[in-house]
Design a protein around this ligand. Sequence first.
Ligand SMILES: C[S@@+](CC[C@H](N)C(=O)[O-])C[C@H]1O[C@@H](n2cnc3c(N)ncnc32)[C@H](O)[C@@H]1O
Length: 227
Amino acid sequence: MFDSVTHKIQLQSYFDGIGFERWSAIYNGQAKLSHIRRTVREGHELMLNQAASWLLESRTSGTLLDAGCGTGLFSLMMAQRGFKVTAVDIAPRMVEAAQTTAEQIGLADRIRFTQGDIESVSGRFDAVVCFDVLVHYPRESFERLCATLAGQCDGPFIFTYAAYNRFLASLHWLGGWFPKNHRRAEIQMMPDSVVAGALAVAGMRVRRTVNINHGFYHVRLLEAARD
Ligand SMILES: C[S@@+](CC[C@H](N)C(=O)[O-])C[C@H]1O[C@@H](n2cnc3c(N)ncnc32)[C@H](O)[C@@H]1O
């Protein structure tokens, strides 16, 4: 039976260990990468730029929750634009890296960093974003996390998920053949109907979606709004 607590602890340990090495190199534009990971960096950058343009269409200031902020790329972008950001991540090394960058570029006073679980965040925000986090949660946890974040959001809620696609399904299948210690955090494909259902629980509906497919980076970016 799926144990959501153990699963979360495993994700935390991955993103604070080998996952930190991998993803911080991908998110750091200067680090040298293989061709495959370069496509992931480029795809992720396309996704963040699209999300930023959706968010800025709705609002140009206010409070923003960056749930699962990683090394803080989006938090920093939006703090620079004038948002008051709360940046939360379960992996201590991710939060430390994000905070160090914010201090180096003089944005630390506009971002409140917290190391912790996004399910434990309290408060309401003008906007909430959650990029490449929910992709790691299977249906039961996905629904709960998605509804929790939507419930804390007054304005746009923008996030990514892994919609079913054949390419992703085959990567997933191939991943099953690697020895366990080489495997990345699993990607969990989610039917659109499950996503819409989780949003509806919190009184939100899908406003628009776009698929970001670039090399080895494949996500669906979604913006939800209040009814
Ligand atoms: C692939 S990274 C994405 C980082 C960032 N959102 C971005 O797109 O640049 C996924 C991040 O989600 C974080 N994460 C996963 N589950 C979480 C949870 N329950 N609460 C807070 N952070 C979580 C991980 O620690 C990791 O930093």
